[in-house]
Design a protein around this ligand. Structure first.
Ligand code: COA
Length: 377
């Protein structure tokens, strides 16, 4: 195939009879055996396993390993990795006002310069990058606060290690467990924009650091990485469960939307929210945020069902992501970058899957510009 239009048609019409779907909506752009998003049934499966079961019986390192290798080993461990000195130098040079997503994207790009990352990408490369990034984000968060980065503790698994390097003290098991559950539900979600970016980059036989650098850049956009911080805003306005009913009714009467409810794909209860809620409810000492969220959710679901009897409006993942992230003590501006840390497992698994059966991703475009013409004299 060439890039030039067929000779018998004007350029503007070259592909005019080919179907075009803005945003590639509804277009099947690949095949994957990693994640299955079933919006109608409210199911999310990783390699066939239900997300709820993975959260209940697994850990983030075990789930990442499942995505990379297809093998289920619940005892799989992955501590955070040290930061190469050159990357630390780069992180130290960033202005304190740098956005955490920019810092993480820069760190991953710099990490790529310190590694030997030959084609094809390997599980070892995926593991190395996934265990490096939490250390980098934690180091950035400390540096911008005028504190020194903390070395990884190899006795801690990835999520507990991240919290330790962020705060300077090992987290209590329940806190680590809640954030680990968030990491599991954030690991993978089909052909979303950042994952697709990672696959496009990989399809050129570029390296895994470049693929994840591009993916972070894609996730940075507010249409993707989102802002569970809006849920935090609403919950703080509600303040306490006693005010929930009145606050929700007034907000809906003003035509506002309840953040963390409704979903474009899921018509049933978002399985990721269900899994996080189960973890939240099982915590002996629930952080205040989680407690409030659990109570407010029941009121909100009742009122939404009453107002929209014909349209199922259920809880989505953002509703529980927000209080989990607040509850473990993360600053709200770290939420999108923390989501990116979780998605490393999915991104790198897609990199491996793309490389294993690679074909350069190069779609067509309908040319709609002027027909061939002479330059003005
Ligand atoms: N709160 C109150 N009403 C809601 C609502 C919400 N969160 N989500 C949808 N609705 C209502 C709409 O007002 C609309 O009512 P109407 O028919 O009386 O006008 C109806 O449900 C359908 O809304 P629509 O925008 O067509 O639904 P959608 O499937 O296209 O929207 C979202 C999906 C996610 C954009 C939407 O549910 C939303 O804005 N949710 C809040 C933001 C959020 O939590 N985002 C994170 C998603 S993971």
């Amino acid at each position: 195939m060439t890039d030039s239009p067929p000779e018998d048609k004007p350029a503007a019409e070259a592909d005019a009879n080919r179907p075009y779907s803005p945003g590639l909506e509804g277009v099947v752009a690949g095949e994957s055996s990693l994640g299955f998003v079933d919006g109608a049934q409210g199911r999310l499966l990783y390699r066939g396993y239900r997300i709820g079961d993975l959260v209940e019986r697994g850990t983030y390192p075990g789930v990442a390993n499942l995505l990379w290798t297809g093998e289920w080993d619940p005892d799989h461990r992955l501590p955070t990795a040290p930061i190469p000195p050159a990357v630390l130098t780069v992180l130290r040079a960033l202005p304190a006002s740098t956005k955490p997503m920019d810092a993480l994207r820069t760190a991953v790009s710099a990490w790529g310069t310190t590694q030997d990352l030959p084609w094809p990408p390997t599980v070892e490369q995926a593991r190395a990058l996934t265990s490096f990034s939490p250390s980098a984000l934690a180091a950035f968060a400390r540096l911008r606060a005028g504190e020194e980065p903390i070395e990884p503790d190899p006795s801690l698994d990835l999520v507990a290690g991240f919290l330790y390097q962020l705060t300077g003290s090992p987290p209590d098991p329940a806190t680590a467990r809640a954030l680990d559950a968030y990491f599991i539900v954030g690991s993978e979600h089909g052909f979303n924009a950042s994952t697709f970016t990672a696959r496009v980059i990989t399809s050129t036989r570029s390296d895994i650091a470049s693929a994840v650098t591009g993916a972070i850049g894609t996730m940075k956009g507010p249409l993707h990485g989102g802002a569970p911080s809006e849920v935090v805003d609403q919950l703080s306005q509600v303040g306490s469960v006693d005010h929930a009913e009145a606050w929700i009714r007034e907000a809906l009467d003003r035509g506002e939307r309840l953040m963390g409810f409704g979903h474009r794909v899921y018509r049933a209860y978002d399985p990721r929210a269900a899994a996080l809620r189960t973890v939240a409810e099982g915590m002996e000492h629930k952080p205040e945020w989680l407690q409030l969220a659990i109570q407010v959710e029941d009121v909100a679901l009742r009122i939404l069902a009453e107002k929209h009897p014909d349209r199922p409006l259920k809880t989505n993942v953002e509703f529980y992501a927000a209080p989990v992230l607040m509850g473990v003590g993360l600053a709200p501006d770290l939420f999108p970058a923390t989501f990116s840390l979780a998605r490393h497992a999915g991104w790198t698994a897609h990199v491996l899957e793309q490389a294993a059966d690679n074909r350069l991703i190069r779609p067509n475009v309908n040319y709609v510009g002027p027909p061939e013409r002479d330059l003005p004299a």
